[in-house]
Design a protein around this ligand. Structure first.
Ligand code: ADP
Length: 613
């Protein structure tokens, strides 16, 4: 009872009692000591003193025992309570840690389901669910029209997956009933000495829009059933999975559509540029990147439209109609696409491009502009050839024909003097010759272009040919001096068609004479460079404007200058030369300074064994 009373006291009270008892016993001890110090103490007094000490000592020990024991007991009790609390705390801590891990898995699962990765990587989804439900293994089965289309397994062998797909009655039941189901199986196998249980559960994944089955979640573990709360949690996961699977389907469909659109646009031969006003992006197709290949745009492949980092000035650099082109593009980029098209040429007429802008509207709002650039070089060339042909025919055919017609009529209707008759006949003869040259040139070229020209290959001494031709053409002019420059020690024999070579050199020499109306020196040089002979015909005549150089070897192309108009020609000579050089596996090009003269360079291989076979 005392201990209880003491226990009930607070520590300060206990201490004050302890102090008073101790103080009292100290006082008694001091009184005793004072008497002793005096020395004259009687036996009776000494006995009384001993008693006083004794009582003091007993009181002191009793006080210590009375107070100390319950205190020690209390401390021991407190200690054991603390221990119990600690243990409880540890259990709670462990539980909360476990909960925290589960929560983390759950969060991760939700994150994975919501993330873009889940659209492709369902293995991380099933992995998280297996971890969360402490399952041994599991799988996510995707279904379509009641058939399993794919299995995303976790810790399952190929055999296990196959048997799940083919033999699992549980799975079949769920696929038919569309309701969750679970089973337990007693397993006895050679690996384990004792039988054990395997618990399986299958949760259907339903499309919420039409309640059709889009997949199943399969989980299995040993020795512990899936309880009701786990099953309801799994149902919730299945709901989220359904949404995620539908997102995936939608995303895949979108991707597929995007790919198809990109493939379509990339397969178009016209260069296409789409300027998107909504997100300020520009994409281009394969033809566009090819058209401006010198700008090295990053080509993303056939299944994607490539993002184009456009710099209008840079794009317009090679465009001949620079200003117009920049203005057109600027209008497109400032959401004011022009309705009219524009035809431009690139690299001084090397190619021709027709462009037009097509606005793209959605909900009656301008969303972007599609720029289409069409390479019309071939059409332009054909058009040019047609008009050249018409003008050549009208000029080159009509002029000789009308003079032949006129002179023959005169000869038929009038009685002419012999000398006059002879003059007229000569004119008729010359004009007929011009006509036949034109027709022959035209037919020759047609034959060569269609590969029908029969060349006769033989070793041809180019030096000899040059000597003969120079002598021949020198005869036709008094105003020009024709020279040859060749190292006669060298051998200029090549495998060639003699007549073809004669025609090529003849055309170059007659042009050199024709287009140097003021006369001057004409030099034919021969040089051996490795396995080639380089033949050059150089004049100091009118020269060729640089804009005409790229077209010079085109059919019917004639430099259109007032000073040349009176010089007759068909525009076929150089085209024929080019074809002859090509047939000899050689090359023909020109260097010219307008007003100063031209050099035609023909590079011919010495041997063409494969051609001659
Ligand atoms: P043409 O019958 O008009 O001479 P070509 O095909 O031989 O036809 O030449 C095409 C054009 O090239 C000519 O109209 C001429 O303007 C130019 N040309 C050819 N050779 C020369 C040259 N040596 N000097 C200057 N211009 C030339």
């Amino acid at each position: 009872m005392i201990s209880k009373w003491i226990e009930q006291l607070n520590s300060r009270q206990i201490l004050s009692i302890l102090y008073s008892v101790c103080g009292f016993s100290l006082v008694l001890t001091l009184i005793g000591a004072w008497f002793v110090r005096d020395g004259n103490v009687s036996t009776l007094e000494l006995t009384a003193l001993r008693w006083i000490w004794m009582i003091g000592l007993v009181m002191f020990i009793s006080a210590i025992l009375l107070i100390g024991r319950p205190l020690i007991k209390r401390m021991a009790d407190q200690n054991s309570r603390l221990k119990a609390k600690k243990e409880k705390l540890e259990t709670v801590l462990n539980e909360s840690k476990l909960n925290e891990i589960n929560l983390q898995y759950r969060n991760e699962l939700i994150e994975v389901l919501a993330s873009k990765e889940s659209l492709f990587d369902y293995s991380s989804v099933i992995e998280k669910i297996v971890l969360l439900t402490k399952s041994e293994f599991g799988a996510l089965l995707l279904t379509k029209d009641g058939e399993i289309t794919s299995v995303v397994p976790k810790e399952m062998t190929e055999d296990q997956q196959e048997s799940l797909k083919k033999d699992s009655l549980l799975l079949k039941r769920v696929m038919i009933s569309k309701l969750p189901a679970a089973t337990s199986k007693r397993v006895v196998d050679a690996l384990h000495t004792y039988p054990y249980y395997i618990y399986e559960t299958v949760i259907p994944i339903m499309d919420p829009s039409d309640n059709s089955l889009i997949g199943c979640l399969y989980l299995a573990r040993y020795d512990e059933q899936y309880d009701a709360s786990e099953k309801s949690e799994l149902n919730a996961f299945a709901g989220q999975l359904a949404i995620s699977l539908l997102r995936m389907q939608l995303y895949r469909q979108m991707q597929q559509d995007r790919k198809e659109t990109a493939q379509l646009i990339n397969s178009v031969r016209e260069a296409i540029l789409y300027v998107n006003y909504e997100d300020d992006t520009v994409v281009g197709n394969r033809a566009f990147i090819r058209m401006f290949d010198d700008l090295h745009f990053d080509y993303k492949g056939y299944e994607e439209l490539s993002a184009i980092d456009i710099d209008i000035e840079q794009l317009a650099e090679r465009v001949d109609q620079h200003e117009q082109f920049v203005r057109y593009f600027e209008r497109v980029f400032t959401q004011d696409p022009p309705e009219d098209g524009l035809t431009i040429s690139i690299d001084q007429g090397d190619c021709f491009i027709q462009l037009y802008a097509e606005s793209v509207y959605r909900d009656r709002k301008l969303r972007g502009t599609m720029l289409v650039l069409r390479d019309v070089t071939a059409e332009t060339e054909i058009d040019r050839m047609k008009s050249e042909l018409v003008s050549t025919v009208s000029h080159e055919l009509r002029t000789p024909l009308s003079s032949i017609y006129g002179f023959t009529e005169l000869m038929l209707s009038r009685d002419l003097k012999e000398s006059r008759r002879e003059l007229y006949l000569k004119t008729i003869h010359d004009e007929a010759k011009r006509l036949s040259y034109l027709v022959n040139d035209f037919l020759d070229l047609q034959k060569m272009e269609s590969g029908k020209q029969a060349f006769e290959w033989e070793p041809v001494d180019l030096y000899q040919l040059v000597t003969d031709s120079v002598a021949f053409y020198q005869e036709t002019t008094d105003r020009h001096e024709l020279f040859i420059d060749a190292d006669t020690e060298q051998d200029f024999i090549i495998d060639a068609d003699l007549e073809g070579m004669r025609q090529l050199l003849g055309n170059l020499l007659s042009n050199a004479i024709k287009y140097s109306p003021d006369g001057g020196n004409i030099l034919v040089s021969l040089e051996r460079v490795d396995e080639e002979v380089v033949m050059k015909v150089r004049d100091h005549g009118m020269g060729i404007p640089s804009a005409s150089l790229p077209h010079l070897f085109g059919k019917f192309y004639r430099v259109d200058n007032s000073d040349r108009r009176k010089i007759g020609g068909t525009g076929l000579g150089l085209a024929i030369c080019k074809e002859i050089a090509k047939a000899h596996e050689g090359q023909l090009h020109v260097e010219s300074v307008y007003g100063e003269g031209s050099t035609f360079i023909c590079e011919l291989p010495t041997s063409k064994e494969h051609i001659m076979q």
